[in-house]
Write a protein that binds this ligand. Structure first.
Ligand code: SF4
Length: 312
C-alpha cells in the first residue's frame, strides 16, 4: 500500500500556494543576506545568532526543506478522513475503504503489493469478490482451500505476476486472520496500539517485509485515520519517486538507497518518520520527473540544490 490518499487540489491553486511559499523563502533569505551585510547577524559584533556559513548554511536550507516535507505530510495527516482512491475502480475502492465490514480486504490488498503497481494489487480482493458472487466475507474466504485460491487467482487471467507465491500468501493470510484475530482483521489495529505493534502484526503475515508492513501502518494512520498510540515505528515508503526527490533535494546523497531514505527520515522526524514520504512522492509524480523536471511549478524550487545548479 505504497501511496497514501492524495489531496486532490487543482494544479493552479497548488502553484499559487507554492509561489507564496517561494516568496516567503526568498524573503527569509533576503533578510539573512541583509543581516549579514549589515553585520546584525553575528559578523563579529556578537549581536544575534551567528550567520550560517558552510555546512551551517546547508543545514539552514535543509531544515527549510525538511519543514516543507513535514508541513505537507502534517496537512494530510490532520485532514478529515476522505474516501481513499486505491484504484481506478469505484467498487474496488468501496470494498477497501470499508474497514468495518471488510477489514480483511485492506489487509489482503496490502499483502498483494509485492512487485506490482499499487492500483493493480489493490484490485485483487475485488476480483475475488466478483468471482465469489459478491461474497467477500471472511467465512467464505476461509472455506477456500489453497488450491481454490490458486485457481481463483489464475483464471481466466492471472491476477498477480507471481501467481504461485501470492496465492500461498493470500491463503495463509486468511488462515492467520481466522486463527489469530477470530476472523476480524481490524483487531490488528483496534484499541490504539503502538505503531511498533501494528507494524509487527503485519510482519507476522507470510511474505510481509518491513516495507509493506510500514506502508500498511502508514496508510491506516494517515489516510484511513486509524488512531495509534504513537507513530514512531512507521517509516517512509521509499519508492522511486521518494528516492529521486530526496536525492535532488540534497537530503541524502544522489540516488539514495531505500535504507538511506529511511534512516534520514528517522533522524529528522523521529516522532513520525513516515510523515516525510507524502510530499516527495507527490512532487516526484507531478513535477520532479526522471527527465525534464518542471521546477518552475515545484514548491521546493527555492531551496532545491538540483534546481539551483540545473542538475535535476
Ligand atoms: S525543484 Fe525541481 S529538481 Fe527540485 S524537487 Fe522540485 S522538481 Fe525536483
Amino acid at each position: 500500500m505504497g501511496g497514501p490518499a492524495r489531496v486532490d487540489t487543482t494544479r493552479r491553486s497548488r502553484c499559487r500556494v507554492e509561489a507564496f511559499n517561494g516568496v516567503v523563502m526568498r524573503m527569509a533569505l533576503l533578510v539573512l543576506a541583509l543581516g549579514r551585510a549589515s553585520g546584525s547577524f553575528g559578523g563579529g559584533c556578537g549581536v544575534g545568532p551567528p550567520w550560517p556559513t558552510g555546512s551551517a548554511w546547508m543545514n539552514t536550507v535543509q531544515k527549510w526543506i525538511r519543514d516543507q516535507l513535514v508541513d505537507h505530510g502534517r496537512k494530510l495527516f490532520d485532514a478529515p478522513r476522505e474516501r481513499v482512491r486505491f484504484t481506478e475502480n469505484d467498487e474496488a475502492d468501496s470494498l477497501l475503504n470499508d474497514l468495518d465490514q471488510f477489514p480483511h480486504a485492506f489487509v489482503l490488498a496490502c499483502l498483494m503489493g509485492r512487485q506490482m503497481r499499487r492500483e493493480k494489487a489493490c484490485l485483487i480482493p475485488y476480483r475475488f469478490q466478483q468471482k465469489l458472487d459478491g461474497d467477500f466475507s471472511i467465512g467464505r474466504l476461509a472455506a477456500l482451500s489453497a488450491d481454490d485460491v490458486r485457481e481463483l487467482m489464475s483464471k481466466p487471467e492471472p491476477l498477480h505476476r507471481f501467481l504461485n507465491v501470492m496465492s500461498v500468501v493470500f491463503h495463509a493470510a486468511v488462515c492467520r486472520i481466522v486463527d489469530h484475530y477470530e476472523g476480524d482483521a481490524s483487531r490488528i489495529w483496534k484499541g490504539r496500539p503502538s505503531s511498533a505493534e501494528v507494524v509487527h502484526r503485519f510482519r507476522e503475515f507470510e511474505g510481509v517485509g518491513p516495507k509493506i508492513a510500514s506502508a500498511a501502518a502508514n496508510c491506516l494512520a494517515r489516510d484511513l485515520k486509524v488512531p495509534f498510540a504513537d507513530y514512531r515505528s512507521i517509516d517512509v515508503s521509499a519508492d522511486v519517486h521518494v528516492r529521486r526527490v530526496f536525492g535532488r533535494l540534497g537530503l541524502t546523497g544522489p540516488d539514495p538507497t531505500v535504507d538511506r531514505c529511511i534512516t534520514w527520515a528517522r533522524e529528522h522526524n523521529p516522532e513520525f518518520p513516515g510523515l516525510l514520504d507524502f510530499a516527495p512522492w507527490d512532487v516526484g509524480r507531478k513535477w520532479c520527473r526522471p527527465a525534464n523536471a518542471q521546477c518552475e511549478c515545484c514548491y521546493m524550487r527555492n531551496g532545491c540544490p538540483a534546481a539551483k545548479t540545473g542538475t535535476e
